[in-house]
Design a binder for this molecule. Structure first.
Ligand code: FAD
Length: 308
């Protein structure tokens, strides 16, 4: 039985494992893919104190740092159920058929960006197709970009990018934007932003190396149009990897694990951190801080609980 079992091996899970192990308690990490979203990232320029690094390099460093401690790393393990026994012992079941028991659990299963699923999107991912304006906005300084999605995150991204790039085209599928009115007003006040509604993105185009535009269908006329640009920010939703928790843990309407200021969830002894939670702003440094916090809270829970 683990004192702390961490589920997820991204920045949040790695930080939680290190903080727990440094308390000298029995710590395990089970992850579907150690490294998490960092593995899919090319350049990282906002990991404070490291001017520039690459995702796979940072992922390897995360694993190396965790392995420096006595932590059981169980890679390629996808959790499918969490439950609490009558005595409070927590059990995590995996798709492989195995079950792990723990006195406390840190959930750090992260999230994934919803994709458009159109031709070219996958081919030009990280070569013009981006999902995170905080991460990749500065790479498009002075260039033309599109933002796909007119919800709050799309409109926020468009306002943010308009201050960096030369021109932003915001594309929304519906006949109107869904963002809060105050954001829409701000967006409409900007001189270098164009808004296109009732438009369905149908293809990301490129020259074989990088993005050079996108095609969209005008949903009213049915006509296909082409925009020339260098970057496309897809902002149609960030999906937390929490489907397997919906019967056990309180989730927000968006499926994020609800946590308090200490990372505690609705289930005693279960803490959560990073992109799978309600924490605002999904970033590597934030996930690491949150993971550390959740592990310290788990330790605090252990020293206060009666179980030996
Ligand atoms: P993740 O990194 O998502 O890790 C989740 C972990 O949980 C993984 O190990 C996963 O395999 C595992 N997991 C999921 N479900 C299960 C399950 N059921 N059972 C077991 N394990 C499971 N942030 C920055 O700060 N700077 C950047 O430049 C930057 N660029 C980015 C570029 C891209 C393309 C993407 C996709 C994201 C980028 N981000 C960037 C965001 C950053 O990667 C995330 O905020 C960060 O990785 C979140 O860490 P996390 O540990 O919460 O989750």
């Amino acid at each position: 039985i683990f004192d702390v079992l961490v589920v997820g091996g991204g920045p949040a899970g790695a930080a939680a494992a290190i903080y727990a192990a440094r308390k000298g308690i029995r710590t395990g990490v089970a992850a579907e893919r150690f490294g998490g979203q960092v593995l899919d990232t090319m350049g990282i320029e906002n990991f404070i104190s490291v001017q520039e690094t690459e995702g796979p390099k940072l992922a390897a460093a995360l694993e190396q740092h965790v392995r420096h401690y006595e932590v059981d790393i169980m890679n390629r393990q996808r959790a499918q159920k969490l439950q609490a026994a009558a005595d409070g012992t927590l059990e995590v079941q995996f798709e492989s058929g195995g079950t792990l028991k723990a006195k406390s659990v840190v959930l750090a299963t992260g999230a994934r960006w919803r994709q458009m699923n159109v031709p070219g999107e996958e081919q030009y991912r990280t070569r013009g197709v981006a999902y995170c304006p905080h991460c990749d906005g500065p790479l498009f300084k002075g260039k033309r970009v599109a933002v796909i999605g007119g919800g709050n995150s799309g409109v926020e991204a468009a306002i943010d990018l308009a201050g960096i790039v030369s021109h932003v085209t915001l594309i929304e599928f519906d006949a109107q934007l869904r963002a809060d009115a105050v954001l829409q007003n701000k967006l409409r006040s900007l001189p270098n932003v164009e808004i296109i509604v009732s438009a369905q993105t149908t293809e990301v185009t490129g020259d074989g190396q990088k993005v050079n535009g996108l095609k969209y269908k005008e949903r009213v006329s049915g006509e296909i149009r082409h925009l020339t640009l260098e970057g496309i920010f897809v902002q149609i939703g960030l999906l937390p990897n929490t489907e397997w928790l919906k019967d056990t843990i309180k989730l927000s309407p968006r499926g994020e694990i609800e946590i308090d200021a200490r990372g505690a969830t609705s289930l005693p002894g279960v803490f959560a951190a990073g992109d799978c939670t309600t924490v605002p702003y999904k970033q590597i440094v934030i996930a690491m801080g949150e993971g550390s916090k959740a592990a310290l809270s788990a330790f605090d829970h252990l020293i206060r609980s009666s179980a030996p």
